[in-house]
Design a protein around this ligand. Structure first.
Ligand code: NOJ
Length: 564
């Protein structure tokens, strides 16, 4: 491994470092009211599936809930009209408190989505702000007079969801700024009252006992003070034809991340046992820029999503280089985090699919083994453990405004948001309604919790086993990472090390088998390894590296150092 400064693992058991996170898109998890939309009680109902303390359950440690606040749902909750309440579609505050209590009872933490960049246009703050130029909340949002840009707009900024980012307000004859939909006006974070009020909204939930926040587009919250136009570049959509140097990624965003860290740390700092955490949606492709959100490794975000990693194609070298880069860039003390799927992009099983069904399933197992054994906190996306696929949805059934706007270009997000598949019935155990909010994938007949629970060779059984193995093997949670050099093409191999204990993880991303002698450090060259977990090798079998080791196509194996 090139860099040594981040070689250390963790020395304490800190839940957000050792644990496995599971993202739930609440609309799609379980509907207990029969209206076709998932709700909080549906999540509570399935907590035992997530972790009942035994190996019969998935074994995750924390849930990230996509937004549950009141919202007119133009962007399905990412347009918040009240930060300190629950949308009736999902239930009541009592339902939420019950979910929190039941989750905590099982040792599961709850992390909420916090959307600081913008509100809904129906949020009371914006309603007041747009009511008159001299309203006390006018400056809480970004209002501008006509300018010289096309259409008389203040500058050339574009909405990431399509069209100009400036919306003309007839009543007060000014434009307001929205980086996303026009129903999502951007807050003005340069206004102190806005900052203080937003921190108070966070405190509201921390007081109730939530364990942290996922921060939506935290790198967007500041815009250039003088609203300078972005320079142009080459791209597919008008948004992509600009270099976004003035409308996002400003250094001030990092200062807010640090202030937010102070807010959560005031409820319990790292290692206190009561610590709360922040994970940032730092949607920046350049890892060096994204890493800055960790601050000095202690004063920034606890975790920052690594988007560059999640976009890699299914190639050993691509993932190896991404991990090596991230480890080399992160400040000392920063803890990495990895994900492969979320609610904004096609599920990775689809992105990695090529060849027959068997191959897809094998690739999913290699990917899962990597995600759950790298040094860093893994985030799973609901249904990934079942092998849920991206669903092609007819135009008339689309709900995502991005998908509708750009149809037939398949960049919408509904394909990855279809209902959780609990069983093989019409409603997939998700709903009793005949009209779920998004169509249910017909492959529920095969890919569902009930069927996969009974099948010990299913992907669900694979995830369960792997997560529980991880839990009982400190090297796989808190260990340092060392990437093995000089490995055949197609293989990604690394050690996870705690003191004199280590695990060796070998992943074959290709169809062909490979034979090689791993270059191990002196202290483990002549050692005996035991197969801890493997797609192909017999568990418990001893392995010595006296002759080359053969790795089968798409094999994922974890070896544990036994004796030297
Ligand atoms: C990122 C969220 O993940 C996405 O779903 C949302 O549309 C935008 N931020 C706007 O909030």
């Amino acid at each position: 491994m090139k860099s040594s400064k981040n070689r250390a693992g963790t020395d304490k058991n800190i839940w957000w470092k050792d644990g496995v996170f599971y993202q739930i898109y609440p609309r799609s998890f379980c509907d207990t009211t029969g209206d076709g939309v998932g709700d909080l009680n549906g999540i509570t109902k399935h907590l035992d599936y997530l972790n009942d303390g035994t190996e019969n359950s998935l074994g995750i440690d924390a849930i990230w809930l996509s937004p549950i606040n009141p919202s007119p749902m133009f962007d399905f909750g990412y347009d918040v009209s009240n930060y300190i309440d629950i949308d009736p579609l999902f239930g009541t505050m009592a339902d939420f408190k019950n979910l929190l209590k039941e989750a905590h009872k099982r040792g599961i933490k709850i992390v909420l989505d916090f959307v600081p960049n913008h509100t809904s246009h129906l949020h009371e703050w914006f309603v007041q702000s747009r009511s008159s130029k001299d309203n006390p909340k006018r400056d809480w949002f970004i209002w501008e007079d006509r300018g010289n840009a096309k259409g008389g707009r203040p500058n050339n900024w574009q909405s990431v969801f399509g069209g100009p980012a400036w919306e003309w307000d007839e009543k007060t004859e000014q434009f307001y700024y929205h980086h996303f939909l026009k129903e999502q006006p951007d807050l003005n974070w340069r206004n102190k009252e806005v900052r203080e009020t937003m921190y108070d909204q966070m405190r509201f939930w921390l007081d109730i006992g939530v364990d942290g926040f996922r921060l939506d587009v935290i790198n967007h919250i500041y815009k250039d003070n003088q609203l300078k136009s972005n320079p142009y570049t080459i791209g597919r959509r008008p948004y992509d034809m600009q270099k976004h140097i003035y409308d996002k990624d400003l250094p001030e965003c990092i200062n807010v991340a640090k202030d937010m860290r102070k807010v959560v740390d005031s409820y319990g700092v790292e290692g206190s046992g009561a610590e709360r955490m922040l994970v940032g949606e730092v949607y920046i492709k350049n890892p060096a820029e994204a890493a800055k959100y960790y601050g000095d490794g202690k004063d920034g975000l606890n975790l920052a999503f690594y988007f560059d990693f999640s976009y890699k194609s299914f190639k050993a070298a691509a993932f190896r280089d991404a991990v090596s880069t991230w480890e080399g860039i992160l400040p000392v003390g920063a803890w990495p985090t990895y994900f492969l799927s979320n609610h904004d992009q096609p599920r990775h099983i689809g992105r990695y699919s090529k060849g027959g069904n068997g191959e897809i399933d094998m690739r999913a197992r290699v990917a899962a083994t990597m995600l759950l054994t790298l040094k860093g906190t893994p985030f799973l996306y609901y249904g990934e453990e079942l092998g849920m696929r991206n669903l092609h949805i007819k135009k008339c059934d689309l709900k995502d405004p991005v998908g509708i706007r750009y149809w037939p270009i398949p960049i919408g997000r509904d394909m990855a948001r279809t209902p959780m598949q609990w069983d093989d019935t019409d409603g997939a155990g998700f709903t009793a309604s005949k009209t779920p909010w998004l169509p249910i994938n017909p492959n529920r007949s095969r890919l569902n919790v009930k069927a996969e629970t009974k099948d010990e060779d299913s992907l669900l059984s694979f995830y369960r086993k792997l997560i529980w193995k991880r839990k009982e093997t400190p090297e796989l949670t808190s260990g340092a990472i060392e990437i093995l050099p000089n490995i055949p093409k197609g293989i990604f191999a690394y050690r996870r090390v705690v003191g004199d204990q280590s695990c060796l993880i070998i992943l074959n991303f290709e169809k062909g088998s490979k034979s090689f002698l791993p270059e191990l450090p002196e202290d483990s060259k002549d050692a005996v390894f035991r197969v801890l977990f493997s797609t192909h090798k017999d568990e418990g079998k001893n392995i010595e590296f006296k002759s080359p080791l053969t790795i089968q196509p798409y094999e994922a194996t974890i070896l544990k150092l036994e004796a030297v």
